[in-house]
Design a protein around this ligand. Sequence first.
Ligand code: CA
Length: 226
Amino acid sequence: MKVLVIEDEVALADAVARGLGAEGFEVTVANDGLEGLELARGAKFDLIVLDIMLPGMNGYRVCRTLREEEIWTPILMLTAKDGEYDEAEALDTGADDFLSKPFSFVVLVARLRALARRRSDANLAPLEFDDLTLEPVSRTVRRGDSDISLSPREFALLEALMRHSGEVVSKTDLLDRVWGEDFEGDPNVVEVYIGYLRRKIDRPFGRSDLETVRGEGYRLGSPLPK
Ligand code: CA
């Protein structure tokens, strides 16, 4: 689960990042509103923790701007208890939840998990492509009646491709989604794993659904009609 923490109090941001990291979240920190907005626009985060008083651009504006741009990443806004800014306003700008400072870390984690659950329901629906089915909840894959056993990495790669079947997904995109944005190894690892996937989802079934689109990326299935 990727979390973007936009908070200018460096000590607090670091403590939150460390704590969430220990809870298994993958955390990116921005100490400035504009930088946070830019990162959030990439829309690769599952959750955003957003402070209100920020240099560059305040949290309300960051939140409103994202929503205006139809970026719906769940946002937990950090509000200060001492007046001036209030929670109604946080929700007004399109935040999904708020938490007043100072907050307990345990509560923060619980709120984030709840937000992720609420928002990800739509992502939990089984994915289908032709006779290939992927169940995000049970993490199972089938081709027709045959169960296919995939490693976690292969599973994540197939899921990324199935969510965009008929579209070319670039190698960079796949690296970001499956290996994480801070992956520093050889990008050809994608090609290697595409090969593993083919050996499991295509070849045994006499299919060749997983295509390499030279110079562009990979595509599951024929191109979508324009
Ligand atoms: Ca602040």
